[in-house]
Write a protein that binds this ligand. Sequence first.
Ligand SMILES: NC(=O)c1ccc[n+]([C@@H]2O[C@H](COP(=O)([O-])OP(=O)(O)OC[C@H]3O[C@@H](n4cnc5c(N)ncnc54)[C@H](OP(=O)(O)O)[C@@H]3O)[C@@H](O)[C@H]2O)c1
Length: 300
Amino acid sequence: MRLFFAILGHPVSHSLSPRFQQAAFDALGIDASYLPFDLPPERLQKGLEALRTLNVSGFNITLPHKEAMLGCVDTATQTASEIGAVNTVISTEGRWLGENTDGPGFLLALERFLEENRLPFPTHALLFGAGGSARSVLWALSKRPVTHLLMVNRTLSRGKELLKLPFLSTIRTRMAADLTDPALGNWLSDSPGALLINTLSLHAFQGRSVPFPPLEGLPLSGHLLFDLSYASKESGTAGGLTPFLHMGTPYRTPRQNGLGMLLFQGALAFEKWTGRKAPVEKMESVLRDATGQDSLWRSV
Ligand SMILES: NC(=O)c1ccc[n+]([C@@H]2O[C@H](COP(=O)([O-])OP(=O)(O)OC[C@H]3O[C@@H](n4cnc5c(N)ncnc54)[C@H](OP(=O)(O)O)[C@@H]3O)[C@@H](O)[C@H]2O)c1
């Protein structure tokens, strides 16, 4: 019988997951369909009931349902529970296991980026954003030797709240600031080689005269930029350069957009559903075709 997989989100039409997950099933000769479903929050429960009725084998969850999904699964892995969000569900005889592959996927992509640029793991990290994906990033950073963390978010209270996550106790120095805090410049000057990660939504600063205003005029020389957003052909952003990454151009900083994380979180989900090694090269080539980027890893 043909297996059935899905992705739920709102909106979901922009998602590249159906393209690269379907290509992965096809590449391994697995008889399966992977379909997108656009479900606003008020229709999520009905949608989940339909997936149970249709005996779904597994599915992904994207914005804005990842946190709500934690309360909708039969059990959750330790990773999903710690992060507080589910992006992957594995169904075994109708029982749903909630998993989070965003945190591990981010870590794999970050390590590949560092390897490509022959860089050690940074001890200082600055994170823009305190939404759902910021929790996955924080979880990943807490697993590595990061000693200093600055959280920067429009809503300061949300940033401060995230700093209370129990797993962050591994990070010695933790501070929160808002997007206009002058402390940002001092922190950057005092933190050579720091990793700057953006989880603010791509639309947050588009259309402004400065691509990413919080970094305007600040010293970025020697820092590393990693954006969770990525540019698609449709967004018209050439060469994978998002507004955040654009800020590093004058400094020739190593930069990585979110396609690498997208690839690895998807590959990890595929492996959990099928028990087989994901055809990562095939999935990567689908992402290259879809975005017009000639490499996911070249410093853009
Ligand atoms: N590459 C991947 O695999 C991957 C995986 C997950 C997510 N992502 C991307 O990461 C991004 C964030 O996702 P998320 O799940 O964390 O979203 P989210 O939970 O909605 O959080 C959005 C963040 O953006 C901030 N923000 C929104 N509008 C803003 C504005 N106009 N000005 C300033 N700040 C603004 C919010 O600040 P406040 O707290 O002040 O509202 C919050 O920190 C999305 O672009 C998503 O596509 C990529």
